[in-house]
Design a protein around this ligand. Structure first.
Ligand SMILES: Cc1cc2nc3c(=O)[nH]c(=O)nc-3n(C[C@H](O)[C@H](O)[C@H](O)COP(=O)(O)OP(=O)(O)OC[C@H]3O[C@@H](n4cnc5c(N)ncnc54)[C@H](O)[C@@H]3O)c2cc1C
Length: 401
């Protein structure tokens, strides 16, 4: 008997997912795939997703992480993105996520960078990725428009890395989950019902109380609030990131990779122009409803670095800018996944710290395995579990952007 079926007779829903953006929708779809007929409801406070990180993301995927488990999560992710339409039985129009594999290029400037990059690249290659470590001369040869005088090394993933349609991924998961019987409810979860240490239901802003055997917390930047209803603390907070889309008519390099510069910004091509962002110097928690852009960051911080790095950034125009929030895990900048110890039936998937979109296929699959089968079956995600959070034992991810 599975973890789900044990609760089946006492409740009117098997699983309630709080938060219906990419993580919640993926969990819901994978649940129906492993257990057809399971009664799954997804509670989403804003089905426009206007303020969800999923919609405000830069929508890129890379194998280049410092932890093997994150590499494997993304390696599964890119394969899944390629096969998305067929996997979810979507129409051709909805199944193609427009994956553009221009690669990721990390630029290092320290004396240690070549050695660290070589060590991590060897780990990547052991897991099937193609990461290459380049000398500054090789960087200049491959991308002659880049200034490389300050560099000591580059780390480049020539395939399986790039960007894709974030809303297509979310939309596809939602369509396929709905077809499989998942109910999407527009409402806000405002509390959890517990009987002893067992979760038994979710309270909604509308006044409804939905009974269930399992709750999955996929509430993004509000995940700590949701877990707080069960009396458990989570070191996850909203962090503001202002994203700029710019036109630079003298810098047309459509084959450019996503560049992560050691100077402290990233950029990639975006529909004839560029998309770019940095981490603010005064980075810290923000209000989950604060979407006021830090507009000055482009002129004062990013532009001088772009200008120094690449030819053609003498003339630039900011076309659009927006704020998105990372659900930032202050302990170790890694996802927190799985069962909540001491709270039977309660699971979570949050704390992605800027890489949750690409992780959603593997995370949805993993959570569904845990809930339906009682353990991970494909990829073991237990290093990313709550245990290290409760013990204050960081599982650090070094390649955070
Ligand atoms: C600027 C930026 C760039 C990024 N770039 C990348 C990238 O290149 N690659 C990558 O992989 N990741 C990237 N990310 C991270 C990625 O977008 C997120 O990790 C991912 O989208 C998280 O998805 P989620 O579903 O867990 O959370 P969210 O998208 O934040 O969704 C949470 C949902 O829960 C709902 N919710 C919250 N509380 C409640 C409640 N009480 N009741 C009901 N509903 C509730 C919200 O309305 C929301 O829809 C980026 C993020 C940002 C902000």
């Amino acid at each position: 008997m599975t973890a789900v079926m044990e609760t089946d007779l006492q409740t009117n829903r098997d699983v309630i997912v709080i938060g219906g953006a990419v993580t919640g929708a993926s969990v819901a779809w994978w649940l129906t795939r492993f257990a057809p007929g399971l009664r799954v409801s997804v509670i989403e406070r804003d089905p426009t997703y206007a303020k969800a990180a999923t919609a405000l993301s830069v929508a890129s995927i890379r194998s280049q992480f410092s932890n093997p488990v994150n590499v494997e999560i993304s390696r599964f992710g890119v394969k899944f993105l390629r096969e998305f339409g067929a996997e979810l039985h979507l129409d051709a129009g909805q199944g193609d996520l427009g994956l553009k594999e221009n690669g990721y290029l990390f630029l290092g400037g320290s004396a240690e960078a070549p050695g660290v990059m070589a060590e991590i690249a060897a780990m990547h290659r052991g897991l099937g990725a193609q990461t290459q470590v380049l000398t500054p001369g090789e960087v200049a040869e491959r991308w002659p428009w880049m200034q490389t005088g300050d560099l000591t090394a580059g780390s480049f993933g020539p395939r399986d890395e790039g960007w894709f349609d974030n809303m297509g991924l979310l939309g596809g998961f939602r369509t396929a989950a709905r077809r499989a019987g998942v109910e999407f409810v527009k409402d806000e979860a405002v509390g959890l019902d517990l009987t002893g240490d067992r979760v038994t239901g979710v309270r909604l802003a509308s006044g409804a109380v939905l009974g269930c055997g399992v709750v999955v917390n996929c509430a993004g930047t509000r995940a700590a609030q949701v877990l707080g209803w069960a009396g458990v603390a989570l070191p996850v907070e909203p962090r503001k990131r202002t994203v700029f889309v710019i036109d630079a008519p003298n810098a047309r390099h459509p084959d450019a990779p996503l560049v992560i510069d050691h100077q402290g910004y990233y950029m990639r091509p975006e529909q004839g122009g560029w998309i770019t962002a940095t981490v603010p110097q005064d980075d810290g928690p923000c209000d989950a409803d604060d979407f006021e852009p830090d507009a000055h960051l482009f002129d004062e911080v990013i532009w001088p670095m772009l200008y120094q790095r690449s030819e053609g950034f003498d003339a630039v125009k900011v076309q659009r800018l927006w704020v998105g929030h990372y659900d930032y895990n202050t302990l170790d900048q890694n996802a927190v996944l799985g069962a909540v110890p001491g709270r039977e039936g309660l699971y979570l998937a949050c704390g992605f710290s800027g890489h949750g979109l690409q992780q959603s296929p593997a995370v949805g699959r993993g959570l569904a395995e845990l809930i339906v089968h009682g353990g991970y079956r494909s990829l073991d995600l237990s290093e990313l579990g709550m245990a290290r959070v409760l013990e204050g034992r960081p599982f650090l991810e070094r390649a955070i952007v």
